[in-house]
Design a protein around this ligand. Structure first.
Ligand code: PLP
Length: 401
């Protein structure tokens, strides 16, 4: 069913400020239900984990509910959900854990499509281990990451293939299932960055074939919490560095220090919110999430067509990327204006966008735009509406003609 965007927007207090929030790819707003869940957690009294008293048991319950909620959003099982402050921290942690067994001459494969958070932790871990880094290249100007190239990149020495499920600037959604299947056939693990992909459609880590799937709740209407989902049996085979007294069970052994319990309650509320985007959806929360995220994707793609058509019609606008499958994320420049100037002009018109490389460091490098300030990113999420898009188009037209 079609998403009722005005009903959705009414649930987001921040959207009432009159700005067009096209900066969702850098972090979404949160609905009132998430704010209430965080506040209710604090009001109820929270204790540290594992205690005998009710406030501690509430924190334990919140943590367990968080793991189930993440599994309901992306697939996998609650006991394979590792929690952390954000994706970057977790990826450094997982890279260090995996690299413990690497030998000089082993190999890792990263891609130029990826956000640097799924590149540098692997490159640096490889350097420490004496392993070789191999690069999957982006086809320019289509913005596609061809899965076929992995046949030549993979060898019997490949330990990990790190690849994104969607580019955070040009939106390309590579054929992750094909890439992870090739990795598995070669005996390598796959580490899939789902940070940009997760908010834009239904996700199934099993269908993606991802050994590890990373996501960040603040990109999908939740608080600033990250998670990595993996098969608990795989996690059992890894031994990250950890404190002696901290839990050695999976997935806790991958988690460091005391988590933000109240925020975890907010993550569960965010998943509930997403599950309710299609109010006619029925069944388990997982089933409602899948139906609702499909409705959100259809809504975003409809608006995105309008956004792209509008930008493409402006003579002095250059759009980057035109992948066959992509998220509703536009990346563009305006002739004669720096991306920073365009973003400042849009801010005057109360339109929030990002300018710059957005940590798509390798991609903006090979595109040859990084030194010039890269480009402007306007990203749509489920709460954006036609007036957001039209406001952006009208404001860009003032510069571009
Ligand atoms: C595709 C992608 N990967 C990784 C990250 C880093 O995520 P985090 O801020 O949770 O470390 C981002 C953040 O913008 C991103 O867009």
């Amino acid at each position: 069913m079609a998403l009722d965007v005005s009903a959705v927007r009414a649930g987001y207090p921040a959207l009432a400020d009159g700005y067009a929030y096209l900066d969702g790819a850098a972090g979404t707003q949160v609905p009132g239900s998430v704010i209430d869940a965080i506040s209710a957690a604090y009001r109820s009294g929270l204790g540290n984990a594992g205690g005998a008293f009710p406030a501690s048991k509430r924190s334990d319950a919140i943590t367990a509910e968080f793991r189930q909620a993440v599994a309901d959003l992306v697939g996998g099982t609650a006991d394979g959900v590792i929690l952390g402050p954000n994706m970057t921290t977790l990826t450094y942690r997982l890279a260090a854990a995996l690299a413990k067994s690497w030998q000089p001459g082993d190999e890792v494969i990263v891609s130029r499509l990826d956000h640097d958070a799924n590149v540098r932790p692997w490159v640096q871990a490889a350097q420490h281990a004496g392993a070789t880094v191999r690069w999957a290249e982006v086809d320019l100007p289509s913005g596609e990451l061809d899965a076929g190239q992995y046949d030549a990149l993979l060898t019997g020495r490949t330990r990990v293939v790190a690849v994104t499920a969607a580019s955070n600037v040009i939106g390309t959604r590579p054929d992750v299932a094909a890439i992870t299947a090739k990795a598995r056939a070669a005996g390598a693990f796959s580490y899939v960055d789902g940070v940009h992909a997760t908010p834009h459609g239904p996700t199934d880590v099993a269908a993606l074939g991802a050994d590890f799937y990373a996501t960040s709740a603040y990109k999908w209407s939740g608080p600033h919490i990250g998670a990595v989902v993996a098969d608990p049996a795989l996690l059992e085979t890894l031994q990250p560095d950890k404190l002696v007294p901290s839990p050695d069970a999976v997935p806790e052994r991958f988690e460091q220090g005391t988590p933000a319990f109240a925020d975890l309650a907010g993550v569960t509320a965010a998943v509930e919110h997403l599950a309710g985007l299609d109010p006619t959806a029925t069944g388990t929360r997982r089933e409602r999430v899948l139906a609702s995220m499909a409705a959100a994707q259809a809504h975003e793609q409809r608006l995105f067509a309008r956004l792209l058509d509008g930008l493409a019609a402006m003579r002095s606008v250059t759009l980057y990327g035109k992948a066959h499958r992509r998220t509703a994320t536009a990346y563009f420049t305006v002739e004669g204006r720096s991306p920073a100037q365009v973003a400042a002009h849009l801010a005057e018109a109360r339109v929030n966008v990002w300018n710059g490389h957005n940590y798509a460091w390798e991609l903006t490098g090979v595109l040859g735009i990084r030194a010039g300030g890269s480009a402007v990113r306007a990203g749509l999420v489920h709460y954006n509406d036609r007036s957001d898009v039209d406001r952006l188009l009208a404001s860009v037209a003032e510069l571009a003609g």
